[in-house]
Design a binder for this molecule. Structure first.
Ligand code: ATP
Length: 440
């Protein structure tokens, strides 16, 4: 009798090369070449808390969900073989977890949920592995066990996106891509793909620059959409093959939990509501800082230079504005307190902002001079006096109530919800056929 299995793995890569999705690509390729295995979903590319400092790049973990008539032992041995073959870097703290069963236990789902925004420990991961009799392997520091377990538990039940990742044959050859084709693809498929091209800064966003095997990645709303977009770019040279992943990228899933300002925890991600209590100021390097407060406490908010135009919007905030902010808590240092590194802000209520000017002389029409606090005004031209008060002029704010402000595409994190997705949420259960391409 075939069984349902959920395989999670993480941390097989390092900054010198490799990519955990490439391991997944190779493992899936072997799994589907055996008729005893049937994939139940696209491989899941789960991005975890992006504010974890020990991540290599985008804090990705992977899950494969399948029905198989292989024994648990044999399936686990096969997956373990791939982990050992690929996770060879001394910095790859790889983890592999295998769960057998239809329904993921609530405790594992809860662990995954917390992995999105908090910092979890190995002790808890190991306890869960023991409690549910999961098969597992972990290498070196064993840290990858956390991501592997979190990947198993996140079945992407609501909002989700897709990414087609193509891999290159030779790592020594540069990634050659036709920029004009990418710009055209991004325009033609704009309602169904996202973050391929940053038109504001004329920057291609689909190809990495590191030594890893990824050729390109196209993100979008459906498997058909990303495949169609890829077809527009083909043929490309040095292509090994490609695979479509279902993912939480572009969903903002890490920013759903509230951050408490009475004791915000370092590296946590989330959101909070507050009133601007210290106006934005620009510091050396072009970084913008301001402070918000609510009944729980106060925190500084930071918008760094690469967020470009986002900083300009942040600079328009003023004391008294009520805003919702989302981001990650930067650890305090001996010199600086904890700071919320901003990933978005939403204007809830704008404070009125006024400038004042002295009244004009009724005879000459020129601005009168003040005779001192509470002493009224005098026209310097004709000497006419006036007890009128200063004129208050309401300033246009440049910000819009209800609008969400986010950094430009080039400064997005994998989980950032792009503007094109603001109106979308998906709720559906997926049992789909895999659309994959392998090298011939
Ligand atoms: P890439 O994006 O190239 O795959 P990466 O950025 O995913 O690399 P990893 O090398 O996988 O980085 O390292 C991330 C490590 O952090 C993993 O060991 C993972 O288990 C661990 N981790 C992920 N989320 C959490 C969390 N919320 N709490 C504690 N550890 C975590």
């Amino acid at each position: 009798m075939p069984s349902t299995f959920h395989i999670g793995f993480d941390d097989t890569d390092s900054s010198e090369g490799m990519c955990t999705t490439f391991l997944c690509y190779n493992l899936v390729k072997e799994l589907i070449s055996d008729t005893r295995n049937e994939l139940l979903d696209y491989p899941n590319l789960i991005r975890l808390n992006p504010n974890i400092p020990w991540k290599t790049r985008g804090n990705a973990a992977l899950a494969i969900r399948l029905r198989s008539s292989l024994s648990k032992k044999n399936l686990f041995a096969l997956c373990g073989k791939y982990i050992k073959r690929f996770a060879t870097s001394p910095r790859a703290n790889a983890g592999l977890v295998l769960f057998e069963g239809e329904e993921i236990p609530a405790k594992i789902q809860d662990f995954s949920n917390r992995a999105m925004y908090s910092v979890l420990g190995l002790v808890e991961a190991r306890e869960i592995v023991r409690e549910f009799c999961l098969e597992s392997i972990s290498l070196r520091s064993n840290q990858g066990l956390i991501g592997a377990l979190a990947a198993v538990g996140n079945v992407l039940p609501s909002d989700h996106t897709f990414e087609l990742i193509a891999y290159r044959k030779s790592l020594s050859k540069p990634r050659v891509l036709d920029k004009s084709k990418i710009v055209m693809m991004s325009e033609v498929t704009s309602s169904k793909t996202f973050s391929s091209y940053d038109s504001e800064y004329d920057r291609i966003m689909i190809a990495p620059h590191g030594p890893d095997p990824v050729f390109l990645g196209i993100r979008g709303e459906s498997a058909a959409a990303v495949k169609n977009a890829f077809n527009i770019l083909c043929p490309v040279e040095n292509l090994r093959g490609w695979m479509i992943f279902r993912s939480n990228q572009g969903t903002g899933e890490h920013l759903r939990e509230p951050i408490s300002l009475d004791n915000p925890k370092a590296y946590y991600s989330g959101k909070t509501l507050g009133t601007v209590c210290e106006a934005p100021r620009t510091q050396i390097g072009g970084h913008v800082f301001f402070e918000i407060e609510n009944e729980q406490g106060k925190i500084g908010c930071a918008c760094y230079e690469p967020t470009a135009v986002f900083r300009e919007f942040a600079k328009m905030l003023t004391v008294g504005d009520v805003i919702e902010v989302g981001g990650g808590i930067r650890k305090n240092t001996t010199l600086h307190p904890k700071v919320l590194n901003l990933e978005y802000f939403k204007v809830v209520k704008l404070a009125e902002k006024f400038t004042s000017s002295n009244p004009k002389c009724l005879r000459c029409g020129v601005s009168m001079g003040s005779m001192g606090r509470g002493q009224g005004f005098r026209c310097e031209k004709c000497g006419q006096k006036s007890s009128a008060s200063k004129h208050l002029i309401e300033q246009p704010r440049g910000l819009t109530e209800g609008r969400i402000y986010i950094p430009p595409v080039r400064a997005h994190r994998h989980l950032t919800k792009p503007e094109s997705r603001f109106q979308l949420t998906k709720k559906r259960s997926i049992r789909v056929k895999l659309i994959n391409g392998w090298e011939s």
